[in-house]
Design a protein. Structure first.
Length: 278
């Protein structure tokens, strides 16, 4: 727990499904006494997205759970980070309920289309992947920073080791997350005078429903099984296993708290040693 977060307000995008990183972050925020806004697509995601995003009912259940268990204020807001009006509506809903936002975690992200080389990648899937993962961070940050300027705070962008270690057949996602890293650095420079720190987390292979779904797609593309893909991936990781959502959330909590008060513009790896930097 980070006592300095008690009574503050955190907004976490992509937090509407219990198996995901966003939920783990929202729960740890609540454990520290932070009021939590859970933002996600909800039912607007459509059936083909439910493996990656929670339903509206799941979102409502999460905020009820967090409020009851930790005695904090919690709010569920449906948002499509690819739609400007939806993001503005989310910001308005947040402003109506809370005086300020102290922590913003841009976690919403996904991949569209099947794994493919860049020269055969479907253009629509490429553009949609970029729009969610890169432009979505811009849209949400632009809307929420206005609620942070007076009191300062912390922004944590969830990037990926794919931003630093090029993956095969996943070029759109890698390019988008690399863009998030540079956006993080630019935001850190621009917002430092306002007392807003901006950092990023680069998770490695984290076991979530989203990851399982991607392994299944990769398995079909490579004519193997999802479990074989997981086993192969574990062999590439020095710690020999996939990470957990809670392990990523622990890094986010550090960056959100005063424990990292002299850090901004950084991108922390959480990869089990798969990505190492001096």
């Amino acid at each position: 727990m980070y006592k300095d977060l008690k009574g503050k307000t955190a907004l976490v995008t992509g937090a509407g499904k219990k198996s995901g990183i966003g939920y783990a972050i929202a729960r740890k925020m609540a454990e520290s006494g932070c009021h939590v806004i859970v933002a996600d697509l909800g039912d607007a995601g459509g059936d083909d997205q439910l493996v990656k995003t929670g339903t509206t009912a799941e979102m409502e259940a999460i905020v009820q759970e967090l409020g009851d268990e930790f005695g904090i204020r919690s709010l569920a807001v449906r948002v499509d980070v690819a739609d400007n009006q939806s993001v503005e509506n989310m910001a308005a809903a947040v402003k109506a309920e809370f005086d300020a936002v102290h922590v913003l975690c841009n976690n919403a992200g996904t991949v569209f289309g099947v794994p493919n080389a860049i020269h055969t990648y479907d253009e629509g899937a490429w553009m949609r992947t970029i729009d969610i993962n890169l432009n979505g961070v811009y849209r949400v940050s632009r809307a929420i920073i206005a609620l942070m300027l007076e009191k300062g705070g912390a922004i944590i962008n969830i990037a990926s080791q794919a931003a630093k270690k090029p993956p095969l057949f996943n070029g759109a996602y890698a390019a988008a997350k690399a863009g998030v890293l540079m956006m993080t650095k630019v935001m850190a420079m621009e917002l430092a005078p306002n007392g807003i720190r901006v950092n990023a987390v680069c998770p490695g292979v984290i076991l979530t429903d989203f990851t399982r779904w991607r392994f299944e797609l990769e398995a079909d593309f490579l004519n193997t099984s999802a479990q074989e893909r997981i086993n192969e991936k574990c062999k590439e990781i020095p710690l020999g296993r996939l990470g957990t959502a809670d392990e990523v959330a622990n890094t986010v909590m550090f960056l959100a708290s005063d424990a990292s008060s002299y850090m901004t513009g950084q991108a922390l790896n959480n990869t089990g040693g798969q990505t190492m930097e001096l």
